[in-house]
Design a protein around this ligand. Structure first.
Ligand code: SF4
Ligand code: SF4
Length: 175
């Protein structure tokens, strides 16, 4: 195995005497520091969370929600497509027979672990029923325990979308 020796950078005394490079760095840093201190209005800072961002686009992938059909029932048919496609494997579904005759199945349990989720949106893409969406614009999720970040079926159904429907949806899922 051959050894490749990388030559040290800098041959001149100025380059090897690191204090000159330090001086250049400090001059740049303190230049910005004093410019900002003397004109704080010019600093583009959002005082979050007192001020919330208002430039979230419709393509932003926020907190999930489960949609309803026109009759108010759950749109999900417990097909497991979302859970199967989820790269983080953070969707847990338990199916049960649907007794209202609208479809064969519905989820008895539907949970998403938001601490495992990477917000890729694959679950939304995979769903054949438009039953799961990430159009809530909710980006701030806080909790005191890990269990606070596991969203249940009831929580996901109660979460509202941030936009009105913009396209026709399968099986009447709309809210
Ligand atoms: S956004 Fe991605 S990681 Fe999160 S639940 Fe959906 S598929 Fe899984
Ligand atoms: S949310 Fe969609 S993909 Fe996931 S189980 Fe329900 S119907 Fe299937």
């Amino acid at each position: 195995m051959s050894t490749h020796i990388v030559p040290r950078h800098g041959k001149s005394f100025k380059e090897r005497w690191y204090l000159s490079a330090l001086w250049v760095g400090f001059r740049t840093t303190f230049g910005h520091f004093w410019r900002n201190i003397l004109n704080t209005n010019a600093i583009d800072v959002l005082e979050y969370p007192e001020v919330m961002p208002n430039d979230i686009t419709a393509r932003y992938r926020g907190h999930h929600r489960l949609t309803h059909r026109d009759d108010g029932s759950i749109a999900c048919v417990a097909c497991f497509m979302c859970a199967t496609n989820c790269p983080a494997q953070c969707i847990t579904i338990e199916a049960q027979a649907r007794i209202d005759g609208i479809d064969e199945k519905e989820p008895r349990r539907f949970e998403i672990d938001l601490l495992e989720c990477i917000f890729c949106g694959y679950c939304v893409e995979a769903c054949p029923c438009d039953a799961i969406r990430m159009d809530t614009n909710i980006f701030s999720m806080v909790g005191n325990a890990r269990s606070d970040f596991i969203r249940t079926k009831e929580q996901l159904l109660a979460t509202q979308g941030a936009y009105a429907p913009t396209h026709s949806q399968a099986k009447g899922a709309h809210t």
